[in-house]
Design a protein. Structure first.
Ligand code: SAM
Length: 322
């Protein structure tokens, strides 16, 4: 399936494509039906996979769309930049989500100002979509970066990201390093642009046992590290661009305000859709939701707002050292 999102994040189109889907799943014919079939379009997306919007479709279309969104393989395309992702091969890698795309949308003015032959770093790269987008967009502006470096704590993420960037790297040197918990910034160089869509859901102290996995969404340690040490990664005139969530901004925003000039590039209200946190099915999820509601001020809508009870505000912040 191809998920195509327009540059302004105003429309998301989902397509079945290629023989495996059109002939294998839909029992059609690429010759008669074409290489791509539009499954559904959604205006003003707030999630890449939005079960509530899918449920509003007419029943015959709803069921087929729902099953396509459940497929492990998808291609995400935003503003002419595409990445293939297979969750069955890389289950621990964060698939490009609405926060990923909001970050890409917000990068335009920063990319306009980035110098020729510059260098970019993505911390917590997941699939690498943001670094891929920055690299391709700079090249389109005639300013291909000399280096794109990616860091993640998850080895599978580096594998996916390297695969995505290397095939279109051209003159850009693509390099990776494996981060370590509490020591994410294992890089020696300085960069013109550092980008980060970090984990941002705070976990309650009683769920902070080291036995708990370092899931891609939980904890704020990476934000703290970047706030205190990120300036040492930047060339003069460079920027750090990051995603900040209302689920942690009371704690984490002051870390940046203390020693950075902070500018908001984009804002979007989106549902909180991390089932490990929101399902209410496990004791851990119930404790987590209680904590986010009572301590973090998570707003719970009852009845649900546009299909979801829990929402957060995402902001893309551009930070420059003072
Ligand atoms: C919310 S995901 C974002 C992934 C990707 N940048 C995107 O926007 O699609 C956060 C990523 O940070 C990584 N991460 C978490 N803690 C980290 C650490 N201490 N050092 C490096 N990466 C880390 C996770 O493995 C995950 O890939």
């Amino acid at each position: 399936m191809r998920i195509l999102v327009d540059r302004d994040l105003r429309r998301l189109d989902a397509y079945a494509e290629g023989p495996a889907e059109i002939e294998g799943i839909l029992d059609g014919s690429v010759r008669d039906d074409g290489e791509q079939l539009l499954l559904a379009s959604f205006d003003d997306p707030v999630l890449v996979t939005d079960p509530w919007r899918i449920a509003q479709l007419p029943p015959s279309r709803r069921d087929v769309v729902s099953s396509f969104f459940g497929l492990p393989r998808r291609t995400i395309e935003y503003d002419g930049v595409a990445l293939d992702f297979d969750a069955s091969r890389h289950p621990r890698v964060w698939s490009p989500s609405i926060d990923t795309l909001l970050m890409c949308k917000a990068l335009a003015p920063v990319l306009d100002e980035t110098r020729e032959n510059g260098s970019v770093l993505e911390v917590g790269c997941g699939s690498g979509f943001i670094a891929l987008y920055a690299m391709q967009s700079l090249r389109r502006r005639g300013k291909a970066p000399s280096e794109a470096h990616l860091i993640d704590i998850e080895p599978q993420a580096l594998q996916v990201a390297m695969g995505a960037l290397e095939s279109v790297a051209g003159s850009t040197l693509v390099t990776t390093s494996l981060g370590r918990r509490g020591d994410a910034l294992r890089v020696r160089g300085r960069y013109d642009l550092v980008m980060m869509n970090p984990p941002y859901i705070r976990r309650p102290a009683d769920l902070a046992d080291p036995a708990f996995k370092d899931n891609p969404w939980e904890g704020v340690a990476l934000l703290r590290e970047l706030a205190s040490e990120g300036a040492s990664l930047l060339n003069p005139g460079g920027s750090l661009v990051l995603v900040m969530s209302s689920l942690c901004d009371g704690l984490a925003r002051p870390w940046f305000d203390a020693s950075w000039e902070v500018e908001t590039l984009a804002t979007l209200d989106v549902p909180l859709k991390v089932y490990a946190v929101t399902s209410g099915l496990t004791a851990k999820s119930r404790a987590w939701m209680e904590y986010l509601r009572d301590v973090e001020g998570l707003v719970v809508h009852d009845p649900p707002l546009r299909g979801y009870t829990t929402w957060q505000r995402l902001e893309i912040l551009r930070c420059r050292p003072r």
